[in-house]
Ligand binder design. Structure first.
Ligand code: AMP
Length: 225
């Protein structure tokens, strides 16, 4: 039985080091199965862009590659999950990022009567991660991702998806910050992997193939045709 027939929706976590392709895969899956893509990184960047006192506090953390506080994140995610567009399910991208967040997520989902279907870890070695992150950029208008070497737009300077001509690079996509993000990943996020393995939810995917190859592996894990 596929998740569509079950009537319970699909609730998935994408995890892995920064730059492993979580966001890319989450956007592809979202289009295929019409569920919500909840990226805590995007939520934080949107808050930071508002320039409010909270936004400035968040921006200072993000620019250094430090984590936002669990409290900030947990409230944000809990509210978002209750919104109507999450009724068929969600893909959590970048959350949980600490063991504490994973434990709180369990309690939160218990209260909401939701079960996680899978936690998919996308595995990519650090050397590849650095090259991927330092070359990536996105369309300012529609958010479509590109890469200087691996994924150029068909026409130079023009977005394939929306025709936009303005692009941006994330402020935290620089060598020093990426190194710090990788250290934080190993120390703070990696402990969630054995946590989900013990629960029988962990599925690992080799993230070094093409975007399409990785997406096919994700689909087969989730039983999506
Ligand atoms: P991402 O877009 O997932 O790479 O996240 C960008 C940045 O946002 C991270 O480097 C963290 O500083 C922050 N961030 C994203 N998600 C979380 C989270 N669940 N907990 C704490 N900080 C987070």
């Amino acid at each position: 039985m596929s998740f569509k027939d079950s009537g319970l929706g699909l609730h998935v976590v994408f995890t892995g080091a920064p730059g492993c392709g979580k966001g890319t895969q989450a956007r592809i899956l979202k289009e295929k199965v019409a569920i919500c893509h909840l990226s805590t990184g995007e939520m934080l960047r949107a808050e930071a862009a508002k320039g409010t006192p909270l936004g400035l506090e968040i921006k200072a953390l993000l620019d250094k590659g430090e984590f936002a506080t669990d409290e900030m994140i947990i409230n944000m995610v809990s509210k978002r999950i209750d919104e109507a567009d999450c009724k068929n399910g969600f893909i959590l991208d970048g959350f949980p990022r600490t063991l504490h967040q994973a434990e709180v997520l369990d309690e939160m989902l218990d209260k909401k009567g939701i079960n996680l279907d899978a936690v998919i870890e996308i595995q990519v070695p650090d050397e590849i991660i650095m090259e991927r992150i330092l070359g990536r950029y996105a369309c300012m208008n529609c958010g479509q991702g590109y890469h200087d070497k691996f994924q150029k737009p068909k026409v130079y300077g023009v977005c394939d998806v929306c025709g936009g001509t303005d692009f941006y690079r994330r402020v935290d996509d620089n060598k020093t910050t990426v190194q710090n993000r990788l250290v934080n990943y190993r120390a703070l996020t990696y402990p969630t992997i054995p946590y989900y393995e013990k629960k029988g939810l962990l599925r690992c995917v080799d993230g070094t193939g093409t975007i399409e190859a990785v997406s096919n592996k994700v689909d087969s894990i989730l039983g999506i045709k």
